[in-house]
Write a protein that binds this ligand. Structure first.
Ligand code: A3P
Length: 326
């Protein structure tokens, strides 16, 4: 069902991180049952790990329910932010439970145990056993999602982000959480050559964009959440058939603002850092998951040369598409 190819280039080795080890390219052999979407596209492959390959079939055969809520994204595109927003809107703004139960347990990261080498848990089993309606977070591209998604048609929410900001955010995540030791330049070269875990980003986004109408995907942008949260909240409420007062929506926007979320232990992923510290035996220093939360923060760190290279890489991928990053 899947074909896998070990990634052996010197660059793939450089951008490998201790938390996940060597990487492989995973392709789905038979894509005939996937939604066709608006344009003929070959669904993207994904850079994953040998541990994932042993669990791919299990993920592919995972039972899906029509009341599931799937939060889909490429890493660092505002996943956590979207998870908290969607969970609260669909749970009648239950701030009490949201503060008592960590977001990681309210909205489960399906393939976490499939790429973190010495993680003792089983996040696939957690999803299987979660109380319905389940909230599931997933970075896999369309080809590797559970097959039943396309027939059962649960709620699907996708969050996209400008590749330059996502790339810089991913670099810091890879360095501080995954234990990556290489340079920024090597990481950027790895992104441009599609060698980094979960990559490539742009075809991942385009595949979901292409099927958004057919699959009734709620398609969001990080940048819209930043500049027009009120409008985004209203779209999400409509998607979940929920009605809240202006006051309630203003309170929710405040709860989801960067400074408030950064200090919210139940939703700021500080426990991910604690978990990484216990797995690696090393302290995560000078890093918070809620790092900058800005639009355009890549400009503080990318050279002109890499801004140009990433722009050209993006334009190349978008050439045949009507999709544009914000
Ligand atoms: P930066 O590293 O650019 O700050 P993900 O959850 O997909 O890993 O995405 C993480 C990115 O989203 C980080 O970006 C993080 O700071 C940002 N983020 C998370 N919550 C946010 C919020 N409430 N407002 C703005 N940005 C947020």
């Amino acid at each position: 069902m899947f074909s896998v190819k070990p990634m052996k280039s010197p660059l793939a080795k450089v951008v490998e991180a201790p938390i996940h080890g060597p990487t492989i390219e995973v392709h789905l052999a038979d894509t005939s049952y996937l939604p066709r979407g608006e344009k003929m596209r070959k669904p993207t492959h994904c850079v994953l790990t040998p541990k994932y390959a042993t669990l791919a079939e299990r993920i592919h055969r995972l039972p899906v329910y029509d009341d599931d809520v799937w939060i889909l994204s490429f890493p660092k595109c505002g996943t956590t932010w979207t998870q908290e927003m969607v969970w609260l809107i669909s749970h009648d703004l239950d701030y009490k439970t949201a503060s008592e139960v960590n977001l990681l347990d309210r909205s489960i990261f399906l393939e976490f145990s499939a790429f973190v080498l010495n993680f003792p848990g089983d996040t696939i089993e957690e999803v299987e056993n979660a109380t319905r309606p389940r909230h599931i977070q997933c970075h896999l591209p369309i080809a590797l999602l559970p097959r039943q998604i396309w027939t059962v048609r649960p709620k699907l929410i996708y969050c996209a982000r400008n590749p330059k900001d996502a790339t810089i955010s991913y670099y810091h995540h890879h360095r501080h959480i995954h234990g990556y030791q290489g340079s920024l330049q090597e990481f950027l070269d790895g992104i441009l050559a599609d060698q980094v875990l979960f990559g490539p980003q742009i075809p991942h986004t385009l595949d979901f964009w292409n099927i958004r109408r057919e699959m009734n995907i709620l398609f969001l942008h990080f940048e819209e959440m930043k500049t027009s949260m009120d409008a985004v909240l209203r779209r999400v409420c409509k998607y979940f058939n929920k009605t809240y007062t202006d006051e309630q929506l203003a309170q929710l926007a405040n709860h989801l603002s960067f400074d408030v979320m950064k200090n919210n232990k139940s939703a700021n992923n500080s426990c991910v850092l604690e978990l990484v510290e216990s797995l690696s035996g090393k302290k995560v220093e000078n890093f918070q998951f809620m790092r900058k939360g800005k639009i355009g923060s890549h400009s503080e760190e990318l050279t002109e040369e890499y801004i140009r290279k990433l722009d050209e890489y993006t334009q190349h991928h978008l050439a045949e598409s009507d999709f544009r990053f914000k």
